[in-house]
Design a protein around this ligand. Sequence first.
Ligand code: HEM
Ligand code: HEM
Length: 177
Amino acid sequence: MLKSTTDRYGAIAVTIHWLTAIIIILALASGFQAGNSIDSAIKAGFLRIHIPAAIIVLLLTVFRIVWWWFFDRKPAPVMGSPLWQERLARGVHIALYIVILGMIASGIGMIVLSGAGPIIFGETGTALPNFHLHPPRVPHGLGANLLLALLAAHVGAALYHHFIRRDGLLWRMWYGR
Ligand code: HEM
Ligand code: HEM
């Protein structure tokens, strides 16, 4: 089933969720590697992975918002959860969307203001600018850590449900019955 039902996510939502999860992890890993690289050529190499990964995340997230907005409805909250947990889960999901879009906006801001695009994707040999001289570097660094904290809460909650509450929550976000 492509669309979600009241008790589980549909195939489209499941596919976007797990594809996004894998590519965000790639964006985070390549981003921290780039941020920690002192050598300009090595940093550029990580950014050649980082930026395309982030652009794919952007496309998936836009598609995801359109999908939920116009074509599909989220399942009801999992049975037996207290109201505060439902609200917290919803808040974390919304915060994930906002932080992801904020990371993409600040990333684009850094590239535009620094003019580093052609150096990353073409003119090998030219040294990269110092991204810390451009204001969007600050929210990009803070957002990266906020995203890690949100993901830790999100994954922790999913594992708590699945293995401690034993309500099979992970299966809601997987294919089939
Ligand atoms: C790494 C990036 C991840 C992001 C950005 C993310 C984001 C989200 C969002 C926004 C939702 C709400 C549904 C939606 O809006 O489509 C959701 C649901 C869910 N996520 Fe993730 N997720 C990530 C990784 C993971 C991982 C690694 C796990 C498992 C360990 C996981 C388990 C779940 C589950 C089980 C649900 C369904 C919750 C429910 O039944 O209501 N997610 N995720
Ligand atoms: C899902 C979206 C994104 C995530 C999760 C992400 C994550 C990260 C992380 C974790 C870092 C390292 C931060 C640090 O060391 O403090 C970083 C650095 C960086 N990101 Fe992103 N990023 C995203 C989108 C983008 C986009 C769209 C661009 C450019 C168009 C971009 C350009 C950069 C650059 C240039 C750096 C290196 C800054 C430096 O070396 O000082 N990012 N990113």
